[in-house]
Design a protein around this ligand. Structure first.
Ligand SMILES: *Cc1c(COP(=O)(O)O)cnc(C)c1O
Length: 421
């Protein structure tokens, strides 16, 4: 039996209606920006496997670091014990995070990083003797699939079965030049009429919301209102973190710094799952007390796994090399040139870019997971390019190490699609 056949026996894939789409594509190897299928077919990983493998798959430098760590210390309970990889990683993260961040809390994935951020914010107020129960979020944001993170996610078309169990979330639209005044007004109204604990947002780029982009200037105004009202601000940098927007964090573009930042995905470069929630000294201090009940009782068994920490240390080191920074510049410029070529194409509705993130909306009607979307997906795969269109949006978020030739092939395949549809 082929892998494809064996897969169907026991596996249940995420985001998949198995009745309509029973086949998953086996990948047996990956290196750099390339994925290799069972039959040897090569695919260019145009989205870095959901924005994780930014330094290339199976990166040799990171591999070296992990191998060393695996022989030294594999796992240790992080309650009551500590280890050098976690200590060093906290030091390195604090160096590159916005200035106000002081403390590092570990978990395993982007959803739990946000779950931790939301719980920190709720307990921050609770510890100060205030019960605040409302979270504010953007209408079409995405923060993950655990209950808190899912509640805060506006893209809830698929969350019907769970809506009755959501935590209390009020939503505001993402800001633009036309609606900013009314967004600020709506926010203030929620703050006046509800016990608002926190505001969670994806800074500048909303990944799952078809790479919707909005301006730092408007976010800054929203964050200012939150600060004035002691509403804890949580920047979900799970997608935007570690260089993708052109700066280390998207929050670096915004004057008002968040109280809490969640990170995952590129944090561990596609090697292993890990997540971090960082916060300010002020948040942390609210949990210090003689009473154990004011401590943060949230733990995951693999918190600060030493192997994952060593991967993250290697990744951060690579991010700040001249080579990777040049790659980020190169990809950013290439996207700009490509955009100039195609943004007038009759099948292109709009385009947008932030750093290495490039997206275009096709001028056709289609559902997010409709059949047309699968046809477009197949067009790319047949041409050896792995892209995952989000509805009528085609986006590229390539590994930094993608070669220029590979990048051009992605562009060519998109132009071909535009000429065909
Ligand atoms: C992917 C993502 C998440 C969820 O992370 P998981 O590791 O898939 O749980 C949360 N927020 C944003 C912005 C994301 O892109």
């Amino acid at each position: 039996m082929t892998l494809k056949e064996r897969d169907k026996k026991h596996l249940w894939h995420p985001l998949t209606q198995h009745k309509v789409h029973p086949d998953a594509l086996p990948i047996i190897k990956a290196k750099g920006a390339l994925l290799f299928g069972e039959d040897g077919t090569e695919y260019i990983d145009g989205i870095a496997s959901w924005y994780t493998a930014m330094y290339g798959h199976c990166n040799d430098y990171i591999l070296e670091q992990v191998q060393h760590q695996m022989q030294q210390l594999d796992q240790i309970v992080f309650a009551g014990f500590t280890h050098e990889p976690a200590i060093r990683l906290s030091e390195e993260l604090i160096k590159i995070l916005p200035d106000n961040q002081e403390k590092i809390f570990f978990s395993d994935n982007g959803s739990t990083a946000n779950e931790v951020g939301i719980k920190m914010a709720l307990q921050y107020h609770f510890n100060k003797g205030e019960k605040r129960n409302t979270i504010i979020a953007f209408e079409d944001g995405f923060h993950g699939d655990t209950f808190g993170a899912m509640s805060a996610s506006g893209l809830s078309v698929y969350n019907g079965p769970f809506e009755d169990f959501f935590i209390d979330v009020k939503r505001i639209p993402t800001p633009n030049s036309e609606n900013i005044d009314s967004v600020l007004q709506q926010l203030q109204e929620y703050i006046n009429t509800h016990k608002v604990a926190a505001f969670i947002y994806e800074p500048l780029v909303q990944g799952a919301n078809a790479m919707h982009m909005y301006k730092a200037m408007y976010l800054d105004q929203i964050l200012s209102v939150c600060k004035k009202n002691n509403v804890i601000t949580i920047a979900d940098e799970v997608m935007t973190g570690f260089g993708k927007t052109g700066r280390t964090f998207a929050s670096d573009y915004i004057k008002t710094k968040p109280d809490i930042i969640s990170m995952s995905k590129a944090l561990t470069a596609g090697f292993v799952p890990m997540a971090v929630t960082s916060c300010t000294q002020n948040i942390y201090d609210a949990f210090l007390d003689d009473s154990v009940g004011k401590a943060f009782f949230h733990a995951h068994t693999y918190s600060a796994n030493p192997i994952a920490c060593s991967v993250a240390l290697g990744a951060i080191e690579l991010l700040h090399t001249e080579e990777i920074q040049n790659d980020i510049q190169r990809i950013t410029m290439s996207h700009k040139n490509f955009d100039a070529k195609i943004n007038n194409h009759p099948k292109v509705k709009t385009t947008r870019q932030q750093g290495v993130i490039y997206a275009l909306d096709l001028d056709i009607q289609m559902d997010r997971y409709g059949e047309k979307r699968y046809e477009i997906f197949d067009h790319f795969m047949k041409n050896g390019v792995a892209l995952r269109p989000l509805g009528s949006t085609v986006y590229i978020l390539p590994p930094y190490v993608i070669t220029q030739q590979q990048l051009e092939k992605i562009y060519d395949t998109i132009v071909e699609l535009l000429d065909q549809i």
